[in-house]
Design a protein around this ligand. Structure first.
Ligand code: SF4
Ligand code: MG
Length: 326
């Protein structure tokens, strides 16, 4: 399969500024060495608690935030060094869908104008009339009635607004969509509809997705690969099937134990995590998960774990799999 995106050792660190002089007192390592590959038409699910760096990873790939170091190769081209002009061209191919569609839709203009704006930014459609026709087709594509084109964002429900956000993303015929918790703000009953829409559009348009969620059950059906993030690191990365059949990082195991099983006879023990996510500005030494890990060893408190390949394509960052410590 053709590799579309290759992210290597991506780091995005933000300075911590204190006092009225805004003196730098350190860095929040929001993304601290994330690597993965994604082929065209695939979906990578990125999962983790809030503050783990999953949104920053998505935004750094799109260069909505400039990464500190590392490489993002899209169709073999280095994204981190693109000029503004080249970046604008790339934005046509890489789109984002936000968690809160309301905050990302201009409340003063109709949804038709919102979509027309997206089209004219990228010179799609030869005139206003043609763009109007494209807009109406887009609305139908995301399951909204054409008659609603002249309404304003506040006249729609949360689920409908997310459909508009999706219409805006697909308006420019992108190749890759980064969906940043696109269903987290929606009622559970609406979540499945929106997930189905994502899947239908992927089939119709051959889209590639990075699908960000805080919950494994959300990405379970849609993903081909899954990356589990904790404090800026991808602690486990595998195909969905490998991850679900052989969850190996203690953090993944804890997240997995919270996913409801369809068969209630298949009882499983819920692993509860100790404490809260540590402050990302002052992460624990060694393995940053050690303060909450049930399997913590002495070495974990001081030495940072390496990425260990436990089977082809299945990478775990944990000393339990390092022959040096077992
Ligand atoms: Fe737990 Fe140690 Fe593995 Fe970290 S390296 S996840 S503390 S066992
Ligand atoms: Mg987020």
């Amino acid at each position: 399969k053709e590799e579309l995106l290759e992210v290597s050792d991506l780091k995005t660190h933000f300075p911590i500024q204190k006092g009225i002089l805004k003196r730098n007192t350190g860095f929040v390592k929001a993304v601290d060495g994330v690597s993965f590959k994604l082929a065209k038409g695939e979906t990578l699910g990125i999962v983790g608690e809030s503050g783990c760096g999953k949104s920053t990873t998505g935004r750094s790939i799109l260069r909505l935030i400039n990464p500190t170091s590392g490489s993002v190769k899209y169709k073999g081209k280095e994204v981190t060094s693109l000029s503004k002009g080249e970046l604008l061209k790339l934005r046509k191919e890489m789109q984002i869908v936000f968690q809160d569609p309301y905050a990302s839709l201009n409340p003063r203009i109709t949804i038709a104008s919102i979509l027309e704006e997206a089209l004219s930014t990228h010179s799609i459609g030869k005139d206003k009339k043609e763009r109007r026709e494209i807009v109406l087709q887009l609305l139908e594509k995301v399951g909204l009635n054409r008659q609603l084109a002249n309404r304003y964002p506040h006249e729609f429900s949360g689920g409908q607004r997310q459909r508009i956000g999706i219409a805006r993303a697909i308006a420019v015929n992108p190749t890759l969509i980064i969906a940043d918790e696109p269903v987290s703000a929606l009622d559970v009953s609406i979540q499945a509809q929106i997930l189905n829409l994502f899947q239908d559009l992927q089939e119709q348009m051959g889209l590639t997705y990075i699908f960000i969620a805080h919950d494994l059950s959300v990405v379970k059906h849609i993903s081909d690969k899954i990356g589990v993030m904790y404090l800026g690191r991808m602690v486990e990365y595998a195909s969905k099937d490998d991850l679900f059949s052989n969850p190996s990082h203690p953090y993944t195991q804890a997240l997995m134990s919270a996913v409801p099983v369809p068969n209630p006879l298949m009882k499983k023990e819920r692993i509860s995590l100790k404490g809260d996510v540590p402050n990302p500005a002052a992460p624990p030494s060694g393995c940053t998960f050690h303060t909450r890990c049930n399997a913590c060893m002495e070495v974990c408190k001081t030495i940072k774990p390496k990425d260990i390949v436990i089977s082809p394509g299945h990478v775990v960052s944990c000393h339990l799999y390092d022959s040096a410590y077992n």
